[in-house]
Ligand binder design. Structure first.
Ligand code: PFF
Length: 455
C-alpha cells in the first residue's frame, strides 16, 4: 500500500488545494448552479444546496481524500486494497464509468463556452433577448459545429494529460483562479446595480418554504453538490492519493469546499439580477442555455462589454478544462494501474470512448430529433445524461463511499489517517456521526424519493 516513487506527489498542500479546487470549480459552478437554482425554485434550492454541501459533502470529501492518501491508489485499487476479496471495488468502477459519462456531456457545454469567447469578444451575439436566444438555439442546433467543438475540448484535455501535466495544471490554475474571482466580483457589482435587479436578488435570497415539499429540489440540490465538488466518483480520492502525509486533510477539504461554494454563489449574484432586469424573464424555462442567453445581455449594456464578455468566457473555458482534465484522469489512471496500459494508449482509448458517447449530447440540441427529445423521457439526451450521472450515479457512489469509510474501512482507521502527524481535525465525534449515519441515510432517502418520483 505504500507509494511508488513514479506515482508522484503534489508540490505542496497548496498545490493539492489548487488542483482539487481547479477540478471542483468549473461549469458546475457557473453554468450548472444558476441553471439548477432557476429550475429548483430560487433561494429554497440555495438553502437545501448549502445544507447538502456542509452536512453531506464536506464530511464525505474528507473521507475520500483519506482513502486516496492511505492507499495511494486510484479508486478501484483503493477499495480493493482496503476490502480484499469483496466487491467494494465496484464502487471505484462506477466512478470510472462516471468519469466517461460526465465528460461526454461536459465537453459539449465546454465547447459552447469556448465558442462564446469569440462570439462575445467580436460582438457576434448582441441585440435584444429574442435575438440572443435565437442565436443560441441556432448555434447549438448546428450538429457539425457542436461536434467539432467537442473534438477541440477532448483533444485539448487529452493533450494536457499526455504531457505529464501535474505542474501544468497546478501552474495554470494558480495563475488564473484569482482573475476568475476578480472578474466575477466585478460582474456581480455591475449586475446588482442594474435597473430591475432587485427582483432577481429577492428571488435568489428569499426562500419560499412551501417549495420544501418538492422532493425534486432535494435530488437536484444533492446531485448538484456532488457534481460541483467532484465527489462520489473517486476523483478527489485520486487527487488525494498524491497528497503528502504531513498535510492536513480537514483543512484542505475546507478550503476546497469554501472556494467552490463561494464561486457558485457569486455566479448567482450575476445571473439573477441580470435575468430579472430583462422584461419577461422566466428562470424556470431557461434550461441549459441560461448563462449563454442571459449574460450576453449584461455585456451588451456594459462599457467595454466585448472585453468583459470575451474574458468571462475565456476564464469559464479555462475553469472547464481544469475540470475535464480531472474527469479524464480517473478512467485513464485506472487503465494504467489496473490494465497495465501505457498512458498514451489509455488516453487515446478513453478519449475515443468519451467522444462516441458525446455524439448524442452534441446532436441533441436541435440537430437530430430523437436526441433532442428522447422518446419516453420528455427531455433531450444531454439533460438525460445530467440526471443519470449527477442525480443518480454520483449520489449512489457517495452513499456507498460513506458506508465504506464509516463501516468497512472503519472510522477508527480513517481517523488515524485524518490525524496523522498530529494534523488538525475538528469535532471527530460529529464527523463520525455524519459519515456513519447522516450521510448514508440522507443520500439513500433522497435516492429512494428520486426513484419513486421518476418511475
Ligand atoms: N466539479 C466540476 C464542475 O463543477 O464543473 C465537474 C466535475 C469534475 C465533476 C470532476 C466530477 C469530477 F470528478
Amino acid at each position: 500500500m505504500s507509494s511508488t516513487p513514479s506515482r508522484g506527489m503534489w508540490s505542496s498542500r497548496a498545490g493539492f488545494i489548487l488542483a482539487a479546487a481547479g477540478s471542483a470549480v468549473g461549469l458546475g459552478n457557473i453554468w450548472g448552479f444558476p441553471t439548477q437554482v432557476g429550475q429548483g425554485g430560487g433561494a429554497t434550492f440555495v438553502v437545501v444546496y448549502l445544507a447538502c454541501v456542509f452536512l453531506i459533502c464536506a464530511p464525505l470529501m474528507v473521507g475520500e481524500i483519506a482513502l486516496g492518501r492511505r492507499t495511494r491508489l486510484s479508486p478501484v485499487g483503493a477499495f480493493a486494497a482496503l476490502a480484499p476479496g469483496r466487491r467494494w471495488w465496484l464502487v471505484g468502477a462506477l466512478g470510472v464509468a462516471a468519469g466517461v459519462g460526465i465528460l461526454s456531456f461536459y465537453s459539449v457545454i465546454a465547447g459552447w463556452a469556448v465558442a462564446y469567447i469569440w462570439f462575445a469578444a467580436t460582438g457576434a451575439v448582441s441585440g435584444g433577448p429574442d435575438e440572443i436566444g435565437r442565436f443560441f438555439s441556432e448555434f447549438t442546433g448546428n450538429g457539425v459545429v457542436s461536434l467539432a467543438l467537442v473534438v477541440l475540448v477532448i483533444g485539448t484535455t487529452a493533450a494536457v494529460l499526455l504531457g505529464g501535466v501535474r505542474t501544468g495544471i497546478e501552474r495554470v490554475t494558480k495563475a488564473l483562479m484569482p482573475f476568475l474571482i476578480l472578474l466575477l466580483l466585478a460582474l456581480a457589482l455591475r449586475a446588482v446595480t442594474l435597473p430591475g435587479a432587485g427582483a432577481g436578488l429577492a428571488y435568489y435570497v428569499s426562500p419560499d418554504l412551501s417549495r420544501l415539499a418538492d422532493v425534486g429540489v432535494f435530488t437536484s440540490a444533492l446531485g448538484q453538490a456532488f457534481f460541483s465538488l467532484s465527489l462520489g466518483m473517486g476523483c478527489i480520492l485520486t487527487y488525494g492519493s498524491y497528497l503528502g502525509r504531513e498535510d492536513s486533510i480537514a483543512g484542505s477539504a475546507l478550503w476546497i469546499v469554501a472556494l467552490d461554494t463561494s464561486i457558485a454563489l457569486l455566479a448567482g449574484f450575476i445571473i439573477f439580477p441580470v435575468g430579472f432586469s430583462i422584461a419577461g424573464f422566466d428562470p424556470t424555462a431557461s434550461g441549459p442555455g441560461l448563462i449563454f442567453t442571459v449574460l450576453p445581455r449584461l455585456f451588451a449594456e456594459m462599457p467595454g462589454g466585448h472585453l468583459f464578455g470575451g474574458a468571462f468566457f475565456l476564464l469559464l473555458s479555462v475553469a472547464a478544462i481544469t475540470s475535464t482534465i480531472s474527469l479524464l484522469e480517473v478512467p485513464v489512471s485506472h487503465c494504467v494501474d489496473a490494465l497495465g496500459w501505457s498512458r498514451t494508449k489509455a488516453v487515446a482509448a478513453v478519449a475515443g470512448a468519451v467522444f462516441v458517447l458525446a455524439v448524442p449530447s452534441a446532436l441533441g440540441n436541435g440537430a437530430v430529433a430523437v436526441f433532442t427529445n428522447v422518446p419516453g423521457f420528455g427531455m433531450g439526451f444531454l439533460d438525460l445524461m445530467v440526471a443519470a450521472w449527477n442525480e443518480f450515479a454520483l449520489p449512489v457512489g457517495g452513499c456507498l463511499t460513506a458506508i465504506f469509510v464509516g463501516r468497512v474501512w472503519g472510522v477508527d482507521r480513517a481517523l488515524e489517517e485524518l490525524r496523522a502527524e498530529g494534523a488538525w481535525f475538528p469535532a471527530p465525534a460529529f464527523w463520525t456521526l455524519l459519515i456513519r449515519w447522516a450521510c448514508p441515510a440522507a443520500i439513500a432517502l433522497v435516492l429512494v424519493a428520486w426513484l419513486a418520483a421518476t418511475f
